[in-house]
Design a protein around this ligand. Structure first.
Ligand SMILES: [Mg+2]
Length: 222
């Protein structure tokens, strides 16, 4: 049975599950980053999600959905350095703003969340789709949902669609040159390797889908 609505308690559990998946993929993310940079992307993502996990464990159990997202963003931002820390932190906080007053995340709220993330990352990172960044995966996911009239579908179907689109978009960054950031000096050296940020985002969405559709994952402890 897949969950069809994520309330505040479930959202915290899901984020903890995502944190575990990011930690499990740390070495792979570091290796992707080493192709174009300093090889620390997996470390930064793990530390950011560890900060989220720690913050969630300290929150009042009655903390609502929007505050959980804001606190998660704040924790990621405070716990990490570098551009990705700011981008991810502000992205999660923007999600909290977009879901203000929401009790449960269903397909329409999930689409709102993805759209708010795309707007936030585009503004914070000053990037466009095609710049070979995390935005490519977010844009791919959000576009796939918009194109498929996602708000009429079940949550697990929508999250699956978005995760598949994000993964496809992350893969396609292997053919893109960097136009922003330090890696833009590397030129064609990055070709053949997917962008680590886009890959992280695809992992996040796939982990969310795995959690929503796995009965054992529903017992994830904070
Ligand atoms: Mg790096």
């Amino acid at each position: 049975m897949a969950l069809q609505a994520i309330d505040a308690r479930r959202l915290s559990q899901m984020l903890v599950f995502v944190a575990g998946e990011i930690a499990r993929r740390e070495a792979e993310l570091n290796a992707l980053d080493a192709a174009a940079g300093d090889g620390d992307h997996g470390i930064t993502m793990r530390i950011g999600f560890e900060a989220i996990r720690e913050r969630l464990g300290q929150l009042d159990p009655a903390t609502p959905v929007d505050a959980i997202l804001r606190e998660s963003g704040n924790a990621f931002l405070g716990g990490t350095g570098g551009a990705i820390g700011v981008v991810m932190g502000k992205m999660l906080m923007a999600g909290g703003k977009a879901l203000q007053g929401v009790q449960e995340i269903r397909a329409p709220e999930f689409l709102l969340l993805l759209n708010s993330w795309e707007t936030s990352v585009s503004a914070t990172g000053k990037v466009k789709p095609g710049d070979r960044t995390i935005l490519d995966a977010i844009h791919g996911a959000a576009s796939a949902l918009t194109a498929s009239d996602a708000t009429k579908k079940d949550l697990d179907v929508v999250v699956d669609l978005s995760a598949a689109a994000a993964q496809e978009a992350a893969r396609s960054t292997a053919d893109m040159l960097c136009r922003v950031g330090r890696a833009s000096r590397l030129g064609t050296r990055v070709l053949g390797h997917p962008d680590p940020g886009a890959t992280s985002f695809a992992i996040m969405l796939r982990a969310m889908h795995d959690w929503i559709t796995s009965p054992t994952a529903l017992d994830t402890q904070l």
